[in-house]
Design a protein around this ligand. Sequence first.
Ligand code: TXA
Ligand code: MG
Length: 319
Amino acid sequence: MSDDVQEAVRALRAGGLIGLPTETVYGLGADASNELAVRRIFAVKGRPSNHPLIVHLASVAVARRWAAGWPDEADALAAAFWPGPLTLILERSPLASDAVTGGQDTVGLRVPDHPLALELLRTFDGGVAAPSANRFGRVSPTTAQHVRDELGADVEVVLDGGPCRVGVESTIVDLSGRAPRLLRPGGVAREAVERVLGRPVPLASQATDVRAPGMLASHYAPRAGLWLVTAEALAGEVSSRLASGAKVAVLAARGVPVPAGVTRFEVEDEDAAYARALYATLREVDARGLDVVLAVPPPESGVGLAVVDRLRRASAPRA
Ligand code: TXA
Ligand code: MG
């Protein structure tokens, strides 16, 4: 086992916070059974304490202990997508404290698909509560350096697992009600979830689920202003922004023609590539001091649904 993993396990056991690589984004992890440690996550993130956290586990067998019941649909989804970018919301067992669940009767569970995360979770032999390792409302980190830049000394150990393969957060499916609902589109395509369950999984409405911060209108936001633009409207939009003196970035797939005078961020013409590049690009836009991002979104299918969701929230008016 690597020294880093051992150090991270020691930090968790001592109630400290760690930077946890996963296939989606980096997490800010604490021992999910240690309420004080979990409360430190909220303090460091600046996140309201009634917002629940996802508990990360090494296997389905361990995950089951955190849920009061394990419906057939949880079995089917876990078999199909774990380890992987899917979070299941289930009725909680007594292992899941109010600190983790935000006082709700349900708990979010996920087995991440990253070798270092799995090694850590197996060695730690418990649940790790982890939101994305960014300050509340900001862009999620997809490299270890992002975590260090954003959280600095507030996190004791950052495990470096390289750049995240998926790049957007897990898909959240709520199985605690009568019918499954999609609380957040993410790394597992909604179509794939529906195929496994053999029924439609409607997107939960924002009004009824304000406690999922990923569902707040403004979230995942860079400092620069962000606008969604169609490929057709891009040229006109660019020229009016340039005319007002703004430093303009354009985020678009390779095939989209982009006018001169802007900083172009090009992604492969594929929704998974867009997802992988999204957050690092938004950080880079801020690092370069650009004022405006014009994003040409991918189609809203597959992981493209999550990309468009994040772009919309990043473009929403800020509070
Ligand atoms: O990919 C991911 O899910 C990443 C990595 C680190 O695993 N984590 C992540 O955590 O995105 P966070 O805290 O940034 O977003 C978790 C979302 C929040 O919107 C939270 O409200 C929701 O999951 N959630 C957690 N437990 C819940 C519950 N019991 N009921 C409803 N929503 C829940
Ligand atoms: Mg987050």
